[in-house]
Design a protein. Sequence first.
Length: 499
Amino acid sequence: MMVYHKLLKRQLQKYGDESLLENEAFLRFIDAVNDSYLAFDRDRELSEHAFSISQEEFSEINHRLKNEVNIREYSIEKLKETLKSVKTDTGLPDFNSDNLLEIVDILNAEISRRREAEKLLIVAKEEAEKASHAKTDFLSIMSHEIRTPLNAVIGMGHLLLKNDPRPDQVNNLKVLKTSSDNLLVLINDILDFNKIEAGKLDLENAPFSLKKLVTDIVSANTNNSNERENTIKAIIDQKVPELMIGDALRIGQVLNNLVSNAVKFTHKGNIDVSVQVKSLSAKTAVIELAIHDSGVGIAQDKIETIFMPFTQASTSITRQYGGTGLGLAITKKILNLYKSDIEVESEIGKGSKFFFTLELEIVEGNAADLNGDETLDFDLNKKHILLVEDTLFNIVYATQLLEGWNIVVDVAENGAIAVEKMRNEPYDLVLMDLQMPVMDGYTATTKIREFNNDTPIIALTASATSNVREQVLKAGMQDYVTKPFNPDDFYIKLKRYLA
Ligand code: ADP
């Protein structure tokens, strides 16, 4: 017999008649009723279960929402706190709203305000750059203007010393010469420093002989060294390659600064300039250059500062030795361009060692291959030169110098006169000033080159800018001499083009 639902069982017991249970049709009916009871129970269970599930989910969602609200409230609090902390220096308005939209508005206003401030900063930066350019230009123009009369002072001093001065004048003339030479060094230092600061100093890459450079610098400092009763010598490693690629002018400047300092700060002592090969490959050499002196030395706490511009180890130094304190600053910057640095070891009273390394490319050949090995015995007798120059001092100086070498000099006061003279007269060489009234040297050269391509033209320039060479070559000149010109270098240049 079938197991009936307990409720149906109870009702059957209460109302059922035994005989009914014998009736087939009734039993089928009761089975169907029983199925309905059971189905109802299952449905109820299911719906109860379903309800309990959504209850759990609901509380879970509720919990998450609460968390989120907490986080949001906390964020708004934080946001407000942060805004308040930046408010003082930005001028944000006072606010105490929890409304995120309001905070967003405030932030937007602040962003626009900052964008404005940024624009102003950019304008200020541009102004500062302009001022810095103006400073650089001013210094270049000033030093150019100073170099021009200085050219005359140095030149006249040179001529007066050469033209048999009275014995009582010799000392005065020497003072004049030393002072004007020093002034030129100072102006050149300021120009160089300026150029390096403006990032305008480019290293030249040409073959040069380091050995010759070092020996030349030692010879150039020997007189001063002797005057201070010092012994100076160069110690050069045999392995140093004959020719390497570099900027002889700048490397020479570094060495000369260090050697002349060593001489200046040493009395009755020794100065050794050593060149050692640290490593050598087929293509490059790493060289250590060291300048060792047994002079006054430098206090430990001053070693850092002496490399700063216009700084000296002590104020008494200027009084005693002169100088500007620019030499080492320039030295350091030039070496930095070579990815190197200057190092120093020093002890007060014992002396100093300044040293650095250079990695240079090696090239085939030797010093004799370079055209620097010229002698001063060439005869310039009766050569005919056209001097194009407008400054009276320079005319007088250059004419005396040239006539001293038996050269016949003709003067043109500006470019236009020079062009006329070139049409009518054959000259062996032209010395061409660049800045002149009426017609400048570049224009005059271009005009001359329209009908004369043979006569060498050498520019005379007081400007030491790095692109001067490029400019004079482009205009059709062969070379240039920087004023104030050193008579020996000037002679060598003339000889090169007149020989
Ligand atoms: P300047 O020589 O014009 O003063 P430098 O920049 O070349 O400028 O040198 C800065 C300072 O460093 C010098 O004034 C000096 O105090 C110190 N100094 C440089 N070289 C030496 C040296 N060989 N011995 C002692 N002191 C030195």
